[in-house]
Every structure is written in C-alpha cells, then in structure tokens.
Design a protein around this ligand. Structure first.
Ligand SMILES: [Zn+2]
Length: 295
C-alpha cells in the first residue's frame, strides 16, 4: 500500500502498482512526474495544453478567495467526532472543493466514494470494512486512518493555496516584466520526499514544479472579469471564457461612453491614442484589484 506517501506520490503509486499490496516499492523513476514538453513555438495561438497545470488551475478555481480552511492539524488530538464537525462546517459552502479534496487525499479509489460529499460521511463502521478490503495496515485503526486522510486533505488545501499565490506571481511576472522572470522563486514546502524501506531518501520533483516547468508563463493569465487564473490558448486573451469576455466588453463600452467615446464614432489619430490610454488605465485599475489578498 502507498498510504505513507504524500498525496502526489501515492497517486503515481496507485497508478503504477495497481493491485500490489507489498509495502512501499517506489523507485525515484516511478515517482517522477512525466511531463510532455510543448514544442518550442512563437505561435500566438496554440492548442497545446499543459494538462497537469490545468488540473491545478481547475482545483484552485474551486476555492473562493475569502475561504480559509481551519488548520486541521490542530485537531489531531481531538476525538474523531470533533474533526467531523469541524470539516462539515468548513466545507458547507464549497461542496465541489470538498469532493476534490477527498479525491486527492484518499489513497484508495474505493475509499474516495466513502469520503465524497459535503459532510465528511465516513462512518466509523464503514471505514474499517473499506480499509480491510483495500488491504491497508490501518484497517485495525480506522480512527488513525481517518486522521491521516484529514491531514492529507489539509496538505492538499495548503498546496492549492500556495499554488494559487505563485501562479498569480508568475502570470504577472511573465507578462509585465520580462527580466523579472529571470529571478528564481523559492517556494517552501513543495518538495516531495520519500524515505524508502532501506532508509534512503528520494526527492521527487513536486507537482507544482512539474506542472509549470517549461510552460510559457505568458499563457498563465488572470481573467480580467472574474479574477480566476486560466490557461490562455490565445496568448493575449484577457478573459477565461466568452461569458467573462462579453461582460468586460460591455463594461468597457459603458465606461468609454461616459468618457465621451461612444462606439462606432470615427476618431482622429490623436483621439485614438487618447482613447487607448484611457482603456489601458481602466484595464490596469481592474488588474490591481486583489480579491485574494495575495500577490
Ligand atoms: Zn473569467
């Protein structure tokens, strides 16, 4: 079983060692995330997609800007019932995020179903049975297993929080200041470490590094309307969807009308230049809103 591994490693482990129950048998090769690199291209529009990065972006979108998950590790010593309560309370308004967290945090596909949903629904009767079926050593200690899963869910949330922060930093750096990206960013706590059966330590490229390594940062963009991060096929796409794009178009048109620039009016070169300055300032003002309280 792979339940001692960090979530990302255990996913690989499940994928590659399906059906094996013979302890940790993960080599550094098998925990390395394989990441197909895009062909070098200057195309302004590219249909190549970084699937791992998009997975992270999708997950990040599930978390509302003002959501702060209570530090579940503080509950470690509490009875399971209190942890249930705290989780149910935390996830009340974020059912999709709750589902995602359980899916990412539970090592066994059979267990995911048991954790799925807003309420942390694993009954203490059901958990040992499921654990037994999966052959896990924690089958005899369902409380401990539950705590482990909760801890991992917390880890996943922390991962997404930091990922969101750095995606926003990278998105801005790549677009605004080409020289800025030459700086290195050190992101704490992302390295995946594994101590194997013989006590040797393996360091795996973590999920975030693997996902952003080699991708064109100019395509990691922040939607001008909803402020979510998205991957842009068209390199200067300002919005994540046609819906957001049309909202922005209408708002901008309204603003320009107020500024004395109604649509479909022929302008002199001078007036065009002035209008462009007004549009840029408007976009800049929108960009500087920061509902996430993050960079
Ligand atoms: Zn949007």
């Amino acid at each position: 079983m792979c339940y001692n591994l960090p979530a990302d490693m255990s996913r690989k482990c499940i994928a590659q060692n399906k059906g094996h129950n013979e302890g940790i048998s993960v080599s550094p090769m098998s925990i390395r995330v394989s990441h197909p690199k895009p062909p070098p291209t200057d195309d302004l529009t590219s249909t190549w997609h970084p699937s791992e990065l998009e997975e992270i972006i999708q997950a990040v979108r599930l978390v509302a800007p003002d959501f702060r998950l209570k530090d579940l590790s503080l509950l470690r010593g509490e009875p399971i019932e209190s942890i249930h309560q705290a989780l149910a309370q935390s996830f009340k308004d974020l059912p999709d995020f709750a589902r995602y967290m359980w899916t990412e945090s539970v090592w066994s596909p059979a267990l995911v179903g048991a954790f799925d949903g807003v309420e942390p629904p694993v009954s203490r009767k059901k958990l040992p049975r499921l654990l037994k079926k999966e052959g896990g050593a924690l089958a005899n200690n369902p409380d401990e297993a539950y705590r482990l899963i909760v801890q991992r869910a917390w880890g996943e949330y922390e991962f997404l929080r930091v990922a969101r922060r750095y995606l926003r930093i990278l998105a801005r750096a790549a677009v605004q200041r080409a020289d800025y990206v030459q700086d290195a960013y050190t992101i704490p706590g992302f390295l995946s470490l594994l101590v194997d059966k013989s006590g040797f330590i393996w360091a795996a490229k973590d999920r975030f590094s693997a996902a952003v390594d080699g991708v064109d940062g100019k395509r990691i963009r922040i939607c001008e309307n909803c402020d979510h991060i998205f991957w842009a096929e068209r390199i200067n796409a300002p919005c994540c969807s046609t819906r957001c794009a049309s909202i922005i178009r209408n708002q901008l048109a309204r603003y320009l009308r107020k500024q004395g620039y109604p649509p479909n009016v022929r302008l002199t070169k001078n007036e065009e230049a002035k209008k462009a300055v007004i549009i840029n300032a408007w976009r800049e003002r929108r960009r500087s809103r920061n509902p996430y309280g993050e960079a």
